[in-house]
Ligand binder design. Structure first.
Ligand code: ZN
Length: 287
């Protein structure tokens, strides 16, 4: 008899997201923005849209062009090119759009303002002081200050990834968890710490940098074990807690000469009050 496989749409298990500090909770006040670490996209990474509301918004104008002083300015690798025009910076109560951070590139998506049914393109999201700020494109023919009127504090909106945004994020998050698994195996089986890594969207390759070359046998054994763990269906969950001490909040991450962050630690641009640890059952715990 032929084997039959059924593919069911994946859903996030109810115990995926675990708040382990008794003092930490999700803000219920719609005028407060949910801190990065507790965002809807981090509680349920398969969520494509939520209804929420505006906390605050303002117009951000591009800085005047800088004369290039011989040397080329260093460009951020992960951030998409921003249009050289005013953008709206929008802070929502909660979001499914992941703001760039921890090595994972920004999501893109849409905000639909309920009152007028308009859809606004989110070209990027970034952390500002531990909160996710959506960079919203102002449509042609509308000036930024007029556009801003749609984003009054309290205005109801639906924020979504859209089909393209969801595909982009699915790729990023799958590769990110894969990197955790690969780095854990390299470290525990071969004593090879991850010096740096890079996460980019398909078709660009992602990489993990280790201190020495690997033999073909080493590569095959790590690959076989990683695949075995994936096919076993090892569970992944996330534990969040409050940063326990001011020292921990301020602890700098060791850096390579190249300026890339090294090893396990909170990202250096992390200024939120929440610590998040990704656990792969029986394999790894990693911020
Ligand atoms: Zn990570």
């Amino acid at each position: 008899m032929a084997a039959t496989a059924f593919l069911i749409a994946p859903t996030t298990p109810p115990d995926y997201f675990r708040i382990i500090s008794p003092t930490l909770s999700l803000p219920t006040d719609p005028q407060i923005s949910t801190p990065v670490g507790l965002l809807a996209c981090q509680r349920d990474p398969l969520l494509r849209a939520i209804e929420t509301s505006v906390v605050t918004a303002y117009v951000s104008r591009p800085p005047p062009p800088q004369p290039t002083a011989g040397k080329k300015a260093k460009k951020a690798v992960l951030a998409p090119e921003l249009p050289n025009e005013p953008l709206l910076h929008v802070l929502l109560h909660d979001t499914v759009i992941f703001p760039e951070g921890g090595g994972q590139p920004t999501d893109t998506g849409l905000i639909e303002t309920t009152a007028d049914g308009s859809a606004w393109e989110v070209v990027q999201a970034k952390r500002h002081g531990g909160h996710a700020v959506h960079y919203v494109k102002v449509p042609n023919g509308i000036d930024a200050d007029t556009a801003l009127l749609a984003f009054q504090p309290g205005a109801k909106v639906t924020v979504s990834l859209g089909e393209k945004g969801y595909e982009r994020r699915y790729d990023h998050m799958s590769m990110h968890t894969s990197q955790h698994l690969l780095s854990a195996l390299l470290e525990t089986r071969l004593d090879l710490p991850t010096l740096s890594w890079s996460l980019t969207g398909y078709p660009n390759p992602c990489y993990v940098e280790v201190p020495r070359g690997m033999t073909q046998e080493e590569i095959s054994s790590i690959q076989a074990e990683a695949n075995r763990l994936v096919f076993e269906g090892r569970k992944v969950h996330v534990e969040v807690e409050e940063l326990d001490s001011p020292q921990e909040q301020a602890r700098p991450v060791q850096k390579l000469e190249s300026g890339r962050s090294v090893g396990k630690g909170l990202p250096e641009d992390y200024t939120g009050g929440v610590k998040r640890v990704v656990v792969i059952d029986g394999v790894d715990r990693n911020p």
